[in-house]
Design a protein around this ligand. Structure first.
Ligand code: HEM
Length: 74
């Protein structure tokens, strides 16, 4: 809100554009990743067990969920 470009504050229109970009960029992506990950975990009990039992798995699994399911399957 306080940002300046060349010493000038951003206009309301510019700020509104940035906020809309943040909201739209953040909502569908995270909802899609979360939903797709839950569907995959639900379909694969062995993966579910690995995610629960090995604390190292969730981080790399998140990358794999993103890589493998690129479209919203919900
Ligand atoms: C699983 C979650 C997310 C995925 C898969 C994702 C994916 C992406 C991808 C692929 C890009 C394009 C990057 C590029 O062109 O180099 C991008 C850009 C962007 N994302 Fe995300 N995103 C996620 C979460 C979020 C969240 C939570 C926010 C905001 C709170 C956000 C805001 C943005 C914005 C503003 C850009 C444009 C950046 C720019 O103009 O350089 N994203 N995102």
């Amino acid at each position: 809100m306080e940002a300046e470009i060349d010493g000038e504050k951003l206009s309301d229109e510019e700020l509104a554009g940035i906020i809309v970009l943040l909201l739209l960029g953040g909502m569908d992506t995270t909802a899609g990743l979360t939903g797709n990950a839950f569907l995959r975990i639900d379909a694969d009990p062995a993966l579910r067990r690995r995610l629960i039992e090995d604390p190292d798995v969730p981080e790399s699994a998140t990358e794999e969920f993103l890589r493998h399911d690129t479209r919203c399957r919900g």
